[in-house]
Design a protein around this ligand. Sequence first.
Ligand code: RET
Length: 291
Amino acid sequence: MNFENTFSYNVDQFTLISHVLSLGFAVMAAGLVYFLVNRRTVAPRYQSASLLSAVVMVSAFFELLLLYQRWVGAFQWNGSAFVQAGTLFSNGYRYVNWSIDVPVLLIQLLVVMGVTGRRFHLSWVAFVVGGLAMIYTGYVGQFHEVDRNAPFWVWGLISTVFFLLLLALVARVIFGNLHRLPESARGMARGVFWLVVVSWLLYPGAYLMPAMWDSADGVVARQITYTVADVTSKVVYGVLLGLIARRVSAVEGYAPAMDDELALPRGGVTDDRGVARGGRGGRGGAPGRDG
Ligand code: RET
């Protein structure tokens, strides 16, 4: 049972949550289009990363759509407030969605950081096992969030241990492979690490919300927290990894990526492609733009 079901809501609180949940699945739909369309701008060996982003988008889209429908179905207007309508709202859907998304997001990192062979398989197993352990222990704990007795804290703590292990592993994958990235992509790779730290921390924040802010406003804050976390940890993260992959692809000589990279500093001027693609002379500035 989730603490969402223990309150009634005024119009603002109820509609704000509906809107935030709908923003969530709309962003996932937009992300799906973005990742599929941009897949070809990175070299073939990195294209599976875009595909994995698309997988995350599909699973998150359905989860958030379902959650939205649960929300609007779980309460009804009684003339002065939105009150329980019989069906329960449940954040448990989020946890089962994470069991798809967390492993997939982490495997994407391995692809883009160029981890291969035995290393790839070892990290893969650690990410999947550690990720599922973190999620399912937290899943058990959240059933106790209304009473907040010992199991809520104990399972939350065990989950946190796995969380810290995963963060350490992510740090090792990123910082241990930084030297293999072109100089121009290293800043973004560091950025990915900090994005993971900050966006993933929002989830335990949402877990703790009933203990910090036990009211209808706390529910609003929690659903906003979840949505910010979802958009940053899935979509912004995927976009950043895609940009890193494109930069690496350009340095590796993949023509579509080189075109994109060259077009960028000149504000998307692409009418002198021949010159730009040759590399020499392309840097001198696009002719006929400033005169
Ligand atoms: C739980 C339980 C309380 C303790 C901790 C948790 C961590 C959850 C995390 C979830 C990340 C989810 C992602 C989903 C993306 O699709 C399970 C809330 C530490 C880090 C990245």
